[in-house]
Write a protein that binds this ligand. Structure first.
Ligand SMILES: NC(=O)c1ccc[n+]([C@@H]2O[C@H](COP(=O)([O-])OP(=O)(O)OC[C@H]3O[C@@H](n4cnc5c(N)ncnc54)[C@H](OP(=O)(O)O)[C@@H]3O)[C@@H](O)[C@H]2O)c1
Length: 259
C-alpha cells in the first residue's frame, strides 16, 4: 500500500525504496556531515552516495550520530565500472558507511556501449550473500538494460539516470515501468529553470516554490528523486513535498517543459 506521507517504490527484495532521497554529490568533509545530519533530522530516510564522491565516511558518521536506526534509512552507494577489485570496493564502502549491508548497490555509469556484465555478476553475488539487498545500475539506456538482463538472467532493480521536467521522455519512463525497473532521477534541480513561468504558476497555486513543484512532479510520476543541498532551509523545503499534490493537468503542463 502506498503511504502518502512516505511514498516509496517496491523493490525485488521486498524493500520499499523512498521516492524522496538526499543526494550527496560534490559535498565532502564537514559540509557533507552537516548536510546529511540536517537531512536526517528533518526526516529524509534515503541517502545517495558513491565511491567516487569520496564522502562515504562522512555519510556513515552522520547516519550513526543521527541516532536514526540504520534499518530506517535506505542507503545507496555505487561502484565505478572500471573498479579493479569490486569486492574490495564493496568492503571499503561498508566500512566507511559503518554498516553491515547496503540497501542498494549500483554500477555508477557505462563506458560506451559496454554493459559491464562481469561487474554485474559481482553485484549479483553480493546480493546472494545478503550484503546488498537490491542491485541496479546508473546511466544505462533501455537497450543496455535489456542486454544486461538477457546476458545475466537478472534485471537491475533500479536505473538511476539524469531526469527533470526539461528532460522528460514519456517513452523512457514507460520503458522502465513496462520492464519493472524503478526509474531514479538525478540532477532535477540543476536541470530546471526555477524562474520558469509554468513552474511559478503551478507553485503559486499551491503556495509552494518552483523547486518543490519540480520535486513533487517526480513523485506524481512514481519516479525517485534525490535533491542535494548544503543549505539547511533548502534541505528542509525539499523534503516538504508530501503536503500537496499536483493535478493531472498540472503534471501535463510540467511534462511540457521538455518540449
Ligand atoms: N548517477 C550519477 O551519475 C549521478 C550524477 C549526478 C548526480 N547524482 C546524484 O543525484 C543527486 C542530485 O543531483 P545533483 O547534486 O547533480 O543536482 P540537484 O540536486 O539537481 O541540484 C543541486 C543544486 O541545486 C541547489 N538547490 C538545492 N535545493 C534547492 C532549492 N530548493 N532551490 C534552489 N536551489 C536548490 C543546490 O544548492 P546548495 O547546495 O548550494 O543549496 C545545488 O547547487 C546528487 O547529489 C547525487 O547523489 C548521480
Amino acid at each position: 500500500m502506498v503511504d502518502p506521507a512516505n511514498p516509496s517504490a517496491p523493490l525485488p527484495s521486498g524493500a520499499a525504496m523512498p521516492l524522496l532521497g538526499f543526494g550527496t554529490w560534490q559535498i565532502t568533509g564537514d559540509s557533507c556531515y552537516a548536510a546529511v545530519r540536517t537531512a536526517l533530522d528533518v526526516g529524509y530516510r534515503h541517502l545517495d552516495t558513491a565511491t567516487v564522491y569520496r564522502n562515504e565516511e562522512e555519510v556513515g558518521r552522520a547516519l550513526r550520530d543521527s541516532g536514526v536506526p540504520r534499518d530506517e534509512v535506505f542507503v545507496t552507494t555505487k561502484v565505478p565500472p572500471h573498479a579493479e577489485d569490486p569486492r574490495q570496493v564493496l568492503e571499503t564502502s561498508l566500512q566507511k558507511l559503518d554498516t553491515d549491508h547496503l540497501d542498494l548497490w549500483l554500477i555508477h555509469w557505462t563506458e560506451g556501449e559496454s554493459i559491464h556484465e562481469d561487474l554485474w555478476r559481482v553485484l549479483l553475488d553480493a546480493q546472494r550473500s545478503g550484503t546488498v539487498r537490491d542491485v541496479g545500475v546508473s546511466n544505462y539506456s533501455l537497450d543496455q538494460l535489456d542486454r544486461l538482463t538477457k546476458e545475466s538472467g537478472q534485471q537491475p532493480a533500479v536505473n538511476q539516470i539524469e531526469w527533470a521536467p526539461t528532460l522528460y521522455d514519456a517513452d523512457v519512463e514507460r520503458g522502465h515501468r513496462e520492464r519493472g525497473v524503478v526509474l531514479e532521477g538525478y540532477s532535477a534541480l540543476k536541470n530546471s529553470d526555477l524562474d520558469d513561468e509554468v513552474l511559478r504558476e503551478v507553485a503559486d497555486a499551491h503556495s509552494v516554490t518552483p523547486a518543490q513543484v519540480v520535486l513533487r512532479w517526480h513523485l506524481e510520476h512514481g519516479v525517485v528523486v534525490i535533491p542535494k543541498s548544503v543549505t539547511p532551509e533548502r534541505i528542509t523545503a525539499n523534503f516538504a513535498i508530501t503536503g500537496f499534490s499536483l493535478s493531472p493537468e498540472e503534471v501535463s503542463r510540467v511534462d511540457g517543459l521538455a518540449a
